[in-house]
Design a protein around this ligand. Structure first.
Ligand code: HEM
Length: 423
């Protein structure tokens, strides 16, 4: 295993020798999932034909500027559903993390399949928890190594991995199976896609090379990609702002001056530069995937005079790099101003800031994530004041983290909303 812990080494692995290190290192549980190898973007072992095909379908339906423009109304509608639900809970404790997750899940599922996964208005709390549990389980099981990964001879008796893989397979099938079958049987006749064009599901179904299991896997991966890290970042941004009242007022003033009596919208919020700096700073101080997603050397290669054998696992310590005092002043302090006069952004061209990775396997969803976070937090701050249950001071909010491949707030974010505008 090799860990890149400086911007220069990250550049060696992800730019200079990008293709050599563009494989994914996958634990045994993944290999036991039925037919996942050729239906994956995130966990595709190599940048092969099916990875390219799925990434390009994703590009057309989800990630490109054109797709994001087409899907803007979905983001707005789902966020407003969340706002209206929270309005009905004024004065009560709400689990904001659950609601953010459910809203993001509905956004991506509407973009991919023109269907919601949850009924946010009627709050099916248990359903959120079950789905979040599955998301966490898939992330953990497909990225954490077990005994058999160190002792491959055990794979013949590795019933644990096989059992775990089959359990996940059943749950993934349960989530997507009926949606896929329903679309297949309607053959598009009575289905209206979110964009009045073809959605992701239409396109993969039209390509006869994908089986139902493979489509279910691809949908699950995109659901996980689009919900987990974005929920984590949205939660930390809310936490950082509500415990820093000065910064919160500055963001609110900026939004109010831009929105001027109208509802927050993507185009208006994109003019709020301080707010955008707060999002970037959150992604620096709370890198959701601290070691990115493990890469793999596809060939033996020499880096900085060290020989890296084929199939070595490569980790990029994006968390450590983002807190390195050689590159960041007051590296452990939340200081959004540092992003106001800098060109550092999400494209992975500044190796001291890699929350989305860089190179061939870089996250294709960075702009989608940014727009979602902007719309969610912009609306949550514009429409509501927030307090902690039990009259606890906002500055005393719990900041403990929990690491399981991604780094999240340990305890759920429970807050009490108060409407800022009555009508
Ligand atoms: C704050 C939000 C997000 C963060 C921090 C994040 C971060 C990452 C990281 C670190 C990687 C791995 C990069 C590498 O291995 O070098 C990744 C991959 C990926 N992400 Fe994201 N992501 C976010 C949101 C999204 C969204 C919204 C989507 C989809 C709409 C998405 C889809 C993907 C996909 C498909 C990959 C796999 C790329 C590949 O292996 O070719 N992500 N993401």
């Amino acid at each position: 295993m090799v860990v890149a812990s400086s911007p220069d080494t990250a550049k060696e692995f992800c730019k200079t020798h990008d293709r050599m290190f563009s494989g994914r290192h996958l634990p045994s549980v993944y290999h036991n999932l039925p037919r996942t190898m050729d239906s994956s973007i995130v966990l595709s072992p190599e940048c092969g034909r099916s990875w390219k095909l799925l990434r390009s379908i994703g590009q057309n339906c989800v990630f490109s500027s054109k797709a994001m423009e087409t899907n803007a109304w979905i983001r707005k509608a789902k966020v407003m559903e969340m706002v209206s639900h929270i309005s009905s809970k004024e004065g009560e404790v709400v689990n904001l993390e659950d609601l953010i997750f459910a809203t993001l899940a509905n956004i991506i599922s509407s973009v991919l399949t023109s269907r919601d996964l949850f009924d946010v208005k009627n709050e099916a709390k248990d359903k959120y928890r079950v789905m979040m549990g599955l998301v966490n389980e898939v992330i953990e099981k497909t990225t954490t190594l077990g005994l058999v990964d160190f002792l491959p001879v055990l794979r013949w008796v590795d019933f644990w991995s096989k059992g775990k893989a089959m359990d996940m397979y059943r749950k993934i099938k349960l989530t997507w199976g009926s949606i896929i079958q329903e679309r297949r049987s309607s053959k598009g006749s009575d289905h209206k896609s979110s964009s009045d064009g073809q959605d992701f599901l239409d396109i993969v179904l039209a390509d006869s090379s994908f089986s139902e299991d493979q489509i279910g896997n691809a949908l699950m991966e995109l659901l996980i990609g689009a919900t987990d890290s974005t929920t984590i970042t949205t939660v930390w941004l809310m936490v950082e702002l509500i415990r820093n009242q000065e910064m919160l007022s500055r963001v609110r003033d900026e939004i109010a001056q831009t929105v001027t009596g109208d509802k927050p919208s993507e185009s208006l919020l994109s003019q709020c530069h301080y707010f955008q700096a707060c999002i970037k700073e959150t992604l620096r101080l709370h890198v959701p995937a601290p070691l990115l997603v493990p890469h793999r050397a596809t060939e033996t290669c020499k880096v900085n005079n060290y020989v890296i054998p084929k199939d070595s696992m490569i980790l990029v310590n994006a968390w450590g790099i983002a807190r390195d005092p050689d590159y960041w002043n007051d590296a452990t302090v939340f200081k959004p101003d540092r992003f106001l006069d800098t060109k550092i952004g999400f494209r992975g061209t500044h190796f001291e800031y890699l929350p989305f990775g860089t190179g061939l396997r870089m996250c294709p969803g960075s702009t989608v994530a940014f727009k979602n976070i902007q719309m969610l937090v912009g609306s949550l701050l514009h429409y509501f004041d927030w307090s902690l249950p039990g009259g606890v001071a906002l500055t005393a909010i719990d900041m403990n983290e929990k690491y399981v491949t991604t780094l999240k707030k340990e305890k759920p974010l429970l807050l009490i909303p108060k409407l800022r505008y009555k009508n």
